[in-house]
Design a protein around this ligand. Structure first.
Ligand SMILES: CCCCCCCCCCCCCC(=O)SCCNC(=O)CCNC(=O)[C@H](O)C(C)(C)COP(=O)(O)OP(=O)(O)OC[C@H]1O[C@@H](n2cnc3c(N)ncnc32)[C@H](O)[C@@H]1OP(=O)(O)O
Length: 167
């Protein structure tokens, strides 16, 4: 199916998943879709390899952690959280030389916690990994105080977003 991209999410300067100025980053972009789901596209390099030609399982879990944690921002743009649980199932190898496409959505949102699910989708449409994660809500003020984060935590993504995506 094809879905229109409604919004491009902000990105960070030094994040391992989306950081613009982290040379080991996956330079992931996040697109909010018309169907209420979030899509990400990550660009792996040989740094992210485990076995030859295969993306490391820890890298796959990082991508799923971040996209599931960001899906809440579609319905609640000011919701921030820290991961308290993450469960990943690895079903197929993810090749190192192609962009990693991932889809996620929020499945539960309470005053204290939110949780969601996500999948890594391969070029042929099959699912390479699935994730379920839970987050403890934390205000941006508290996060900034605890981690020293500044304006570089949230910056506009200046790259060109696609008008529509397919999966
Ligand atoms: C530009 C954009 C930038 C990027 C944005 C994307 C952001 C999103 C993407 C992010 C992606 C990457 C993100 C990352 O990489 S975040 C980095 C990895 N995660 C962490 O660092 C979190 C570490 N853990 C902690 O700091 C503490 O444990 C926290 C703060 C979470 C709570 O410790 P605290 O000592 O303060 O409180 P408490 O222990 O009394 O608990 C408080 C309440 O919470 C409930 N509770 C706790 N745990 C669970 C659980 N597992 N299931 C169910 N409930 C749970 C607990 O029952 C209690 O409830 P109640 O008894 O009060 O009712």
């Amino acid at each position: 199916m094809k879905y229109k991209v409604k919004n491009k999410q902000k990105i960070s300067k030094y994040c391992f998943v989306c950081g613009t100025d982290n040379k080991e980053s996956l330079h992931t972009k996040f697109y909010e879709l018309e169907n209420g789901e979030l899509m990400s596209v990550s660009t792996p390099t040989p740094t992210h390899q485990s076995y030859p030609d295969r993306v490391h399982g820890g890298v796959i879990s990082s991508v799923l952690d971040e996209i599931i944690g960001r899906a809440i921002m579609i319905e609640e743009p000011d919701a921030w959280g820290v991961t308290v649980e993450l469960n990943i199932k690895y079903k197929k190898p993810v090749p190192i030389d192609k962009p990693i496409k991932c889809i996620a959505r929020t499945t539960r949102n309470t005053r204290l916690l939110f949780e969601g699910t996500g999948e890594i989708i391969l070029e042929d449409g099959s699912i390479a990994a699935t994730g379920h994660a839970k987050y403890y809500k934390m205000s941006l003020e508290k996060l900034a105080k605890e981690t020293g984060a500044d304006d570089t935590l949230m910056m506009d993504d200046l790259s060109q977003a696609p008008e529509e995506v397919e999966y």
